[in-house]
Design a protein around this ligand. Structure first.
Ligand SMILES: C[S@@+](CC[C@H](N)C(=O)[O-])C[C@H]1O[C@@H](n2cnc3c(N)ncnc32)[C@H](O)[C@@H]1O
Length: 227
């Protein structure tokens, strides 16, 4: 069939293809979200192809030898955290922040089951509360990867706090850059979260401290490299 542009069916087929070809999961990742949902956690983790993408980005960080220090805001069940933890260099650490104690407890067990708990530090609390303390502990220019995946209208606030801790060459990654229960081409003013993400995307794209791009997989993954 000719390439006559994107259709809803083609988008679904493309997403399924990306998960099949690039998102293969081992026994620790496969079924993790099903188990989490059965325990009452929401079904809002990244897809497996996005997880794999996060792992590859983490491996490419730290001057190409893997991130030494990564921060994730929004742990949920630990699904994306396992992918990131597997991309760290030997001795690397992922600091992951989760507001809901129930989610954090589930994720801690998932990190233990997946054999990555030794390189993951769980912080329970709100991103805007935990980040200032964490950034103070880590120190300036110490972080290689930051994944934002918690409260969408707070992404700008997370970035403001974490920015001094990001070293030159580090990666800022923002999930839901194009959509969640809204989509980026909805009219401005139709959803505060859409408008906040639009403003965040435009702010990072125009920020002279970053070189930014966005990959439209799943709900959009924005990536910005700090100069
Ligand atoms: C989209 S989910 C994260 C998904 C996870 N990154 C994954 O892909 O496996 C968002 C998570 O952020 C948590 N959260 C909500 N408000 C938060 C806040 N203010 N600070 C940190 N986490 C928050 C929610 O409880 C939820 O577990």
């Amino acid at each position: 069939m000719a390439n006559d542009g994107m259709t809803p069916a083609r988008w679904r087929n493309t997403s399924a293809y990306l998960q099949e070809v690039f998102g293969s999961e081992d026994e620790h990742l496969a079924g993790l979200m099903e188990r989490a949902i059965a325990e009452g956690l929401p079904d809002i983790a990244v897809s497996s192809d996005v997880g794999r993408f996060l792992q590859v980005l983490t491996m490419m960080a730290g001057d190409g030898t893997g991130a030494r220090v990564a921060i994730e805001v929004g742990t949920l069940a630990g699904y994306s955290g396992i992918w990131i933890a597997r991309g760290l260099r030997q001795g690397g650490v992922l600091h992951t922040i989760e507001y809901e104690p129930k989610h954090a407890a589930f994720a801690q067990r998932a990190f233990e089951d997946a054999g990555v708990a030794d390189r993951v530090r769980m912080h329970v609390g709100a991103g805007l509360d935990v980040l200032p303390r964490l950034v103070g502990e880590l120190g300036p220019a110490s972080v290689d990867v930051v994944l934002l995946d918690a409260v969408k209208p707070e992404y700008g606030g997370y970035l403001e706090i974490v920015r001094p801790a990001m070293r030159s060459g580090s990666l800022l990654i923002a999930d839901n850059a194009l959509g969640a229960n809204w989509w980026i081409d909805d009219p401005a003013g139709s959803d505060p979260a859409r408008d906040a993400m639009d403003a965040f995307n435009r702010m990072v794209a125009a920020d002279p401290a970053f070189d930014a791009a966005c990959v439209p997989i799943r709900e959009g993954v924005m990536i910005a490299r700090k100069r």
